[in-house]
Design a protein around this ligand. Sequence first.
Ligand SMILES: Cc1cc2nc3c(=O)[nH]c(=O)nc-3n(C[C@H](O)[C@H](O)[C@H](O)COP(=O)(O)O)c2cc1C
Length: 343
Amino acid sequence: MTRLDDLSARGREFLGSRHAIMAGAMTWVSERNLVSAISNAGGFGVIACGSMTPALLDGEIAATKALTDKPFGVNLITLHPQMMELIAVCARHRVSHIVLAGGLPSGAAIEAIKAAGAKLMCFAPTAALAKKLVRSGVDAIVIEGSEAGGHIGPVSLGVLAQEILPVIRDVPVFVAGGIGRGAAIAAWLEMGASGVQLGTRFAASSESVAHANFKKAFFRASARDAVASVQLDARLPVIPVRALKNAGTEAFTAKQREIAEQVDRGDLDLAAGQLAIEHYWAGALRRAVVDGDIENGSVMAGQSVGMVTKEQGVAEIIDELVAEAEAALDTRVAGPVRLVTAA
Ligand SMILES: Cc1cc2nc3c(=O)[nH]c(=O)nc-3n(C[C@H](O)[C@H](O)[C@H](O)COP(=O)(O)O)c2cc1C
């Protein structure tokens, strides 16, 4: 058993995979091909349900099962209006792991998932909420820092990990956000994480069905191009999203200004203004991932995008991450590498 196997034992056992490396669900990206490829390569793939209907999710799970006999999970967004039907679909397929994202889950959802015998994972934005989730029966926690791609909270993984890892010991904790290299995986495991979750590194992999334009945008971008959306007016709330800056992100800022002015003038009531802001991005990720409109669509990406420079197969990415993590841990045993100059 390697030192990496040892440090990741709890996470590997929980996931039932060779490595404690989860590929975080990405709406429009994490479908049968990517998810099965990740699980087949020894990682843990997660289907992104997003706004799929129960019938679509049913088909996606069946198709994924046909491509892999390894465990994989399903990510459900708590705000989905057919949440209970989606859980029932997962239960019928005996999905082993369900990940709930997008807010605190209802007691009914937790109960239904537990009754189905699935392991339940939830995102925790603070230590207090992580403790509450564990008390309500959640089997594992994911903490995701603001470095991540997609919808994000305000706090970096470096801070969340210090606050949450020492106090959540009863269940495994997986860390996400900004992980691009195996050395970071080794460091988070040493700090007490049971495993890691990556999204950005897998989004532009060979097995990803994302449009070629979307992948090219990833290869060109550096960390500082992956920016969080900005809220201009306290009356018009914006859930921050990290994505590559483009014409769409500029237009969003202009749109907020325009709506705020309309509200100020009394041409638009506040509720209608808030709705217009909320609806602005609807379909924007699809536009970028599926249609390839990387100028006006939302090219969601984390700050680790700078470490994605070429298209690689999923197995190659996972093997590379594992080798880097093992090499980093080897230096701990051998002591730091020092430059020796000839006398
Ligand atoms: C394009 C894209 C779409 C995403 N969609 C979702 C989603 O539907 N549900 C979810 O829980 N997380 C979503 N995420 C977050 C990922 O699951 C993962 O936690 C995150 O990418 C990890 O950080 P990283 O991007 O720095 O690797 C998305 C991320 C990206 C890049």
